[in-house]
Write a protein that binds this ligand. Structure first.
Ligand SMILES: Cc1cc2nc3c(=O)[nH]c(=O)nc-3n(C[C@H](O)[C@H](O)[C@H](O)COP(=O)(O)OP(=O)(O)OC[C@H]3O[C@@H](n4cnc5c(N)ncnc54)[C@H](O)[C@@H]3O)c2cc1C
Ligand code: FES
Length: 502
C-alpha cells in the first residue's frame, strides 16, 4: 500500500546531496524534522557553523506525516499539566507555545504552499462520559488566560454530546511545505544539509559521528531524531503510539466543517481538518486509532479511521493513507536539553510536536550559546519526576517486560519458510534462532533476526507499512532489516536459514 502522506505527496523533498567526505563542524544536528531544521535555521542565522544529517529526506519522519495543526494547548489536555505541575507551569506552557506559533507564522509568510491560516480549535465529546474531560479543559484553559469559550460544534462534524470548548486564534499549515522552505533558507544562510546520510554510530565522548559515506567531528551533537538514538533513560519513561490518517478528496455535496482544528473525543475519536490547495483541490483529513506499535493490527486500525471518515464525510476513496508515531513524556512535559551523555536531545512531544519542536529549537539554540532560559529548567531530560510521571513510567516498564517475556515464550516453532506465500510474513524458530520473514508480492523472501537491535525485544509485522515494528520503544525496520525510525541504530541481522530450501 502506498503510505505517502498528503503533505509529502504535495511538497517533494528539496534534494540535498548525501554527505561524501569526513568533515568537522561546530554543531552537528542529526534529524531533518521540524526540530532539527528550525535549529539549523536559527544557528545558521547566528553565523554558527552547523551541519544537519538526515537519514532519509527532509520531513520524512513524523513532521511530514503529522496533521499540521498548531495550538497553544496540548492534545492530552492542559488540565493534565495543570494538575501535575500547577497553574503557573500551565501558563508558562501556553506562553512558550504561543510564542512558537507566532515564530512559525512569521517564517511561513514567505514559504510557498505553507498554507498557514489562523483558525479556532474545537474540542468536544462524542459521548456523555467524555464530557467531563471537555469541561475540565475549559477550566484549565480559562485559568491559563486562553481566549476560550463554550459553543456548538459545526453541523458537518460527528454529533457532540454537549457543548464544545472553542479556543480562538490557533492555526494550521502544510508542515512539509513549511519545512522544505525553512531547510532551503537555512542552507542559504550557510547550514550544510545532507539527506540520505544516516548516522550509524554516535561517540559522545570523542564527539565523532559515523555515516556510511563520511564521519563528522563536532563540538556539539544534537539528536533531533524524535526519540534519541541508543540506550537512554528517557526511553523507559516514554510510551510510544502509532496513529492512522486518511485524506479524502472533497466531492460534490460532501459535508464541509470549514477551517478549524476539530478534536472529537471518544471511542471513535478523530482529529479532523480540511486542506485547500492553491490549484483548487480540497481534502478532508482524519486522524485517529492510537495504538502501541507492533502490538495491534495495523490494517484494521487504518480501515477503522477510513470507515469513520467515510461515514461522516461521504464515501470518497481516500487519496492518501498514512501513519506515524509519537512519544509521550511521563509527566506531561517534553524532554529538551543536555542528557547524561552530553548530547542535546529533544523528545517526548506526544502529538503536539510541531509546536514543541519549534519551542525545542529555540531553547536548544540558547543552550548552544551557553544561555539557559527559565523554561529550559522545566524540560531538562535528566529530570525524573517519580510522582508526576509514576503511572506512565510503570505502564511503559510493563509493556517492555510483557513484550520481552510473552514473545520469547510464544513465537512459532520451526516452519519451512519456503512455503511462505507472497505477501505473507512469519516469525519462526529456525536452526535455534528466531527469524522474521516476509515474502514480497513479487516472490522475493526477506529473512532477518526478529530481535530488535535496541534492547532485544521481539519485532512484530506491520502489514500496512510492510515493516517490522518493536513494541518496546518504537524502533521500526524494513523487511531487509534497515532501520526506519526509533532509537535503534543498527539494522536487524540478515538470516540465511536452511529452511529456505525447498
Ligand atoms: C499521527 C500524528 C499526527 C500529529 N499531528 C500533529 C499536529 O497536528 N500538530 C503538532 O503539533 N504535532 C503533531 N504531531 C507530532 C509532531 O508531528 C511531532 O512531534 C514532530 O513532527 C516531531 O518533530 P521532530 O523534528 O522532533 O521529529 P521528526 O519529524 O520525526 O524528525 C526526526 C528526523 O530524524 C531523522 N533521523 C532519525 N534517525 C536518524 C539517523 N540515525 N541519522 C540521521 N537522521 C535520522 C528521521 O529520518 C527524521 O526525519 C503528530 C504526530 C503524529 C504521530
Ligand atoms: S527494544 Fe527498544 S525499540 Fe526495540
Amino acid at each position: 500500500m502506498n503510505t505517502l502522506s498528503v503533505w509529502r505527496g504535495i511538497a517533494p523533498s528539496p534534494g540535498f546531496a548525501m554527505l561524501s567526505a569526513d568533515i568537522s563542524t561546530d554543531v552537528l544536528i542529526i534529524g531533518g524534522g521540524i526540530t532539527g531544521v528550525t535549529l539549523a535555521w536559527l544557528l545558521a542565522r547566528q553565523g554558527r557553523q552547523v551541519t544537519l544529517l538526515e537519514a532519509h529526506e527532509i520531513g520524512s519522519g513524523t513532521t511530514g506525516n503529522s496533521t499540521g495543526n498548531l495550538y497553544e494547548t496540548l492534545s492530552h489536555g492542559l488540565h493534565d499539566v495543570s494538575s501535575r505541575w500547577g497553574k503557573d507551569v500551565a501558563r508558562q506552557v501556553v506562553a512558550e507555545r504561543r510564542a512558537a506559533l507566532q515564530f512559525i507564522q512569521e517564517q511561513a509568510q514567505d514559504a510557498p504552499g505553507a498554507a498557514f491560516r489562523r483558525c479556532p480549535l474545537v474540542l468536544y465529546a462524542l459521548a456523555d462520559k467524555q464530557q467531563s474531560l471537555v469541561d475540565q479543559e475549559f477550566e484549565a484553559l480559562s485559568a491559563a488566560g486562553c481566549a476560550v469559550q463554550r459553543g456548538p460544534v459545526p453541523a458537518a462534524l460527528p454529533a457532540a454530546a454537549g457543548p464544545a470548548v472553542i479556543l480562538a486564534d490557533q492555526a494550521q499549515f502544510q508542515p512539509q511545505a513549511y519545512l522544505v522552505h525553512l531547510a532551503q533558507e537555512a542552507a542559504r544562510a550557510g547550514a550544510r544539509i545532507h539527506e540520505h546520510s544516516r548516522v550509524l554510530d554516535i561517540n559522545a565522548r570523542t564527539r565523532i559521528v559515523d555515516t556510511a559515506t563520511g564521519a563528522v567531528n563536532a563540538r556539539e551533537i544534537v539528536m533531533a531524531t524524535h526519540t534519541p538514538k541508543g540506550i537512554r533513560l528517557v526511553h523507559a519513561e516514554m510510551p510510544v503510539y502509532r496513529e492512522y490518517a486518511v485524506a479524502l478528496p472533497f466531492v460534490d455535496g460532501a459535508r464541509d466543517p470549514g477551517p478549524g482544528i476539530f478534536w472529537a473525543k471518544g471511542e471513535e475519536g478523530l482529529s479532523m481538518r480540511t486542506l485547500e490547495q492553491p490549484d483548487g483541490r480540497r481534502f478532508l483529513i482524519c486522524v485517529g486509532q492510537e495504538h502501541p506499535p507492533g502490538a495491534h493490527n495495523a490494517k484494521a486500525a487504518l480501515m477503522a479511521v477510513e470507515a469513520a471518515a467515510q461515514r461522516h464525510f461521504g464515501d470518497a476513496e481516500p487519496a492518501y493513507r498514512w501513519s506515524a508515531q509519537h512519544y509521550k513524556g511521563a509527566d506531561g512535559l517534553p524532554y529538551i536539553g543536555r542528557d547524561a551523555s552530553g548530547c542535546l536531545v529533544a523528545t517526548g512531544f506526544a502529538t503536539d510536536g510541531l509546536t514543541w519542536g519549534t519551542v525545542a529549537a529555540r531553547l536548544l539554540a540558547e543552550e548552544v550559546a551557553d544561555r539557559s532560559p527559565p523554561f529550559a529548567a522545566l524540560c531538562k531530560p535528566t529530570r525524573l519526576s517519580p510522582i508526576k510521571g509514576a503511572r506512565t513510567i510503570l505502564e511503559e516498564a510493563t509493556v517492555t517486560a510483557r513484550s520481552l517475556v510473552k514473545d520469547y515464550l510464544t513465537h512459532r516453532q520451526e516452519e519451512k519458510l519456503s512455503s511462505l506465500a507472497p505477501g505473507d510474513s512469519a516469525v519462526v524458530d529456525s536452526e535455534g534462532e528466531s527469524c522474521a520473514a516476509w515474502r514480497s508480492p513479487q516472490g522475493e523472501l526477506f529473512a532477518v533476526s526478529s530481535v530488535c537491535t535496541h534492547m532485544g525485544c521481539k519485532v512484530h509485522w506491520n502489514s500496512v507499512e510492510t515493516s517490522w515494528d518493536c513494541p518496546c520503544h518504537g524502533s521500526r525496520f524494513r523487511p531487509d532489516g534497515t532501520v526506519i525510525e526509533g532509537p535503534a541504530l543498527r539494522p536487524l541481522a540478515r538470516r540465511h536459514p536452511r529452511s529456505l530450501e525447498p
